[in-house]
Design a binder for this molecule. Structure first.
Ligand code: ADP
Ligand code: MG
Length: 591
C-alpha cells in the first residue's frame, strides 16, 4: 500500500497557519500590513476579548476586485511579487501571499471590499478555508475584514493562548511596531468597545508622543535628541534619549526600511554609545530608523519577519555607535589614549573584503640590543607588517612588511601591552585581546562540537527560577557541546559535574548564571544568537583579568593568537583591542 499522499489544501493551510499565525497579535499584524500595502491613510482596528472572539480591520485602501477578493485567500496568492528575484527588492510589508490563506484556515472570516472604480463591492465569507458565501454588496471603498473565533478548529492553539491581558499586550506591541513607521496614516485601536489609542496623522515625533507620552510610559520627545547619519552603506535617523532622562524600563525600537526589527547586536552598539553615562541597570530609550539598500538585507529568515540579517553588520555597528555618540555630544577626539573613543587607528573594519592575516615570520637580522623605538636613528625595524592595521586609512604610510611577534620589543606598562614599531607605539588591551581569542575559540568549538570538558571533583548544584530554567533547557545542548556536564536533579535544579576546560579555575555557578543573564538580556532567540552570547560570556569570564602582570611568553602568546584572528582590532561588541600612538603624535608632545 502506498503511504505517501498529498495533504488536502485545508490541512496544508492549517499547518502553514501555525507558522504565520501564532496568536491574535500575528493575525493583527498581517491584516494591518495588508491595509498599509493597499495604500490606506486611515486604519481602524476593532478587537474583542483580546482578539479571541473578534479581530476586525477596516481600511480605506485600494480594495479588491471581485476576482481578487476570492483569490486573496488562496495560498501563495499575492499581488506583490511575481518572481523569486523580486524578494530582494522588497518594499511592501507582505510578500509571501500566505497570511490570508493561513488566517481563513483557522478562523471564520468575513470580508467586504470595493475598489474606487467599481460601483458595487464584494462580500465573501470563509470558515476554515471553505467559502460559505460570496455575493455582491454595497460598501465603502477599501477593505473591511472581520476575523471571528480565531483557532475555532485548532483547540491546541486556543489552549496555548495566554490570558486576555497578555494577549492584549501582544496585540498592542505589534500595533506599536507598525504605527511608529506610518505616522502619516491615522489609526484607532478599540478593545471591548473602548478606545485604547486614537492616533491622528502627524510627524514621527508626534506619533511617538501620541503612543508613549503618557504618565505610565513617560516618553516625551523633548527628552530626546536627534540622530542623523548618512553613509553609502546605510542612513540612520531617529531619536535617542538624553542620558539624564533614561529609566529602568526603556522603549527600544529599531526599524529598517519601514519594518520593525529586533537586533540584539545593534542594541549593543547603542548601549556602548551610552557607556559610562547611565546609572547601573538604566536603559536608553530610542527610536531608530535605518534605510538601507534592500539587497543588503535578508528579511526572509523567519516567517514572522522581525529578525533581519544584514550583509555588513560590523560596519553598521560602528556607524550606529558613532551616530549615537555624536548625537549625545560625546564625540570628541580624546587627546589621551582612550580605548573607548575614536583614536588614531580606530577605523571601521573593512568588512567588504576579508581582512588579511598578518604573516608571522622570523626576522633573521633582528638584534634586540640594537632596537628600542624611535629614539635610535639607526635602529632596525622591530615590528613590521601590521600595516594591515591601516587598511582603509587614506594616508597609508606603511609599506608592506612582515610582523615578527616572537622577537619584537614588547613590554607591559599598567594594564596595557606595548610594542615598539616603526611608526610609533602599538598598544594592546590584554584582557580584550584574550577575550577575543577565546570568543573565536568557543564559537569554533560550538560550531564543530569539539568543546573540551573538565570533570569537577566536587559537583555543584545550580538552582534556578522557572524562567531561567526554560532558558537553560533551550540552550542546554549547546552548553553540553561546549563542555558543561549538567544533570537535572529536580524541576528547578541541575548538578554541574563538568565545565569547559578553559574555565576550570572559575566557580561554575556564577559562570552559568552570567551566560543565562547574557542570553536573556540580549533577547537571543535563534541558536546562532545564543551561541554568540554563550561564547561571549565564557570568553569574558575566562580571559585574564585586566591589569594582571604577564610574563613575556604570555604576552607574546596572546598577541600572536590575537593577530591570527580575522577581526583582531575589535571585540565582538565593538570595543577597541589595539591602538596606535604614531611617532608623529609622540614628537608633537615635545614640540
Ligand atoms: P501578501 O500580503 O503576502 O501578498 P496576503 O495573504 O496577506 O499576502 O494577501 C494576499 C493578497 O490579497 C495581497 O497581495 C493583496 O493583493 C490582497 N489584499 C489583502 N488584504 C488587502 C487589503 N486590505 N486591501 C487590498 N488588497 C488586499
Ligand atoms: Mg499580507
Amino acid at each position: 500500500m502506498d503511504i505517501i499522499h498529498l495533504l488536502p489544501d485545508s490541512v496544508a493551510n492549517q499547518i502553514a497557519a501555525g507558522e504565520v499565525i501564532q496568536r491574535p497579535a500575528s493575525c493583527l499584524k498581517e491584516l494591518v500590513e495588508n491595509s498599509l500595502d493597499a495604500g490606506a491613510t486611515r486604519v481602524q482596528v476593532i478587537v474583542r476579548d483580546a482578539g479571541r472572539t473578534l479581530l476586525q480591520v477596516i481600511d480605506n485602501g485600494f480594495g479588491m476586485s471581485e476576482m481578487d477578493a476570492r483569490l486573496a485567500f488562496e495560498r501563495h496568492a499575492t499581488s506583490k511579487i511575481r518572481e523569486a528575484q523580486d524578494l530582494f527588492s522588497l518594499r511592501t510589508m507582505g510578500f509571501r501571499g500566505e497570511a490570508l490563506a493561513s488566517i481563513c484556515a483557522v478562523a471564520q472570516v468575513e470580508m467586504t471590499t470595493r475598489r474606487a472604480e467599481d460601483e458595487t463591492g464584494t462580500l465573501i465569507e470563509i470558515h476554515g478555508s471553505d467559502v460559505v458565501r460570496q455575493e455582491v454588496c454595497s460598501c465603502p471603498v477599501g477593505t473591511n475584514i472581520k476575523v471571528s473565533n480565531l483557532f475555532f478548529n485548532v483547540p491546541v492553539r486556543r489552549k496555548f493562548l495566554k490570558s486576555d491581558q497578555t494577549e492584549l499586550r501582544n496585540l498592542l506591541t505589534e500595533f506599536y511596531h507598525i504605527v511608529l513607521v506610518y505616522p502619516k496614516v491615522a489609526f484607532t485601536f478599540v478593545h471591548n468597545d473602548e478606545i485604547v489609542l486614537e492616533l491622528p496623522a502627524g510627524t514621527e515625533k508626534q506619533r511617538i508622543e501620541a503612543v508613549f507620552g503618557n504618565p505610565k510610559r513617560n516618553v516625551f520627545t523633548s527628552n530626546f535628541v536627534d540622530v542623523n547619519t548618512e553613509t553609502d552603506l546605510v542612513s540612520i535617523r531617529g531619536f535617542v534619549i538624553k542620558p539624564e532622562s533614561a529609566t529602568r524600563k526603556a522603549e527600544q525600537y529599531f526599524f529598517v526600511n519601514g519594518r520593525y526589527m529586533r537586533h540584539p547586536y545593534f542594541l549593543k552598539a547603542v548601549q556602548n554609545a551610552y557607556s559610562g553615562m547611565l546609572t547601573a541597570d538604566y536603559q536608553p530609550s530610542f527610536f531608530l530608523y535605518f534605510e538601507i539598500n534592500p539587497e543588503a538585507i535578508d528579511v526572509n529568515i523567519h516567517p514572522t519577519k522581525t529578525e533581519i540579517k544584514f550583509a555588513d553588520e560590523q560596519a553598521i555597528f560602528q556607524i550606529l555607535m558613532a551616530a549615537v555618540r555624536e548625537a549625545l555630544g560625546k564625540f570628541t577626539l580624546a587627546p589621551q589614549i582612550d580605548f573607548d573613543t575614536k583614536g588614531s587607528i580606530d577605523i571601521p573594519l573593512p568588512t567588504d573584503r576579508p581582512v588579511e592575516r598578518p604573516q608571522v615570520t622570523v626576522d633573521p637580522h633582528y638584534n634586540p640590543f640594537h632596537t628600542r623605538g624611535a629614539m635610535y636613528p639607526d635602529r632596525q625595524q622591530p615590528v613590521k607588517g601590521w600595516e594591515s592595521l591601516y587598511e582603509g586609512l587614506s594616508n597609508n604610510r606603511i609599506t608592506p612588511n612582515t610582523l615578527n611577534i616572537d622577537s619584537a620589543p614588547m613590554w607591559q606598562h599598567g594594564r596595557y601591552i606595548f610594542l615598539s614599531t616603526d611608526e610609533g607605539l602599538l598598544l594592546i588591551h590584554p584582557h580584550r585581546a584574550h577575550a577575543a581569542v577565546l570568543y573565536a575559540q568557543f564559537l569554533e568549538q560550538l560550531a564543530h562540537a569539539q568543546g573540551a570538558m573538565q570533570q569537577l571533583l566536587f559537583p555543584e548544584v545550580l538552582s534556578l527560577q522557572p524562567d531561567r530554567m526554560i532558558l537553560l533547557e533551550q540552550i542546554l545542548p549547546d552548553l553540553r557541546t561546549i563542555g558543561f556536564e549538567l544533570e537535572q536533579l529536580s524541576p528547578d535544579s541541575y548538578s554541574i559535574q563538568g565545565v569547559p576546560a578553559q574555565i576550570v579555575n572559575q566557580s561554575p555557578i556564577p559562570v552559568l548564571e552570567d551566560i543565562l543573564h547574557q542570553v536573556r538580556t540580549c533577547g537571543a532567540s535563534t541558536q546562532e544568537q545564543w551561541r554568540k552570547q554563550i561564547a561571549a560570556s565564557l570568553a569574558e569570564q575566562a580571559a585574564i583579568p585586566s591589569g594582571k602582570t604577564l610574563t613575556d611568553s604570555e604576552m607574546r602568546d596572546i598577541v600572536t593568537r590575537l593577530m591570527a584572528l580575522p577581526n583582531y582590532r575589535r571585540t565582538a561588541d565593538g570595543k577597541t583591542i589595539v591602538s596606535l600612538v604614531t611617532d608623529e603624535e609622540l614628537s608633537k608632545r615635545f614640540a
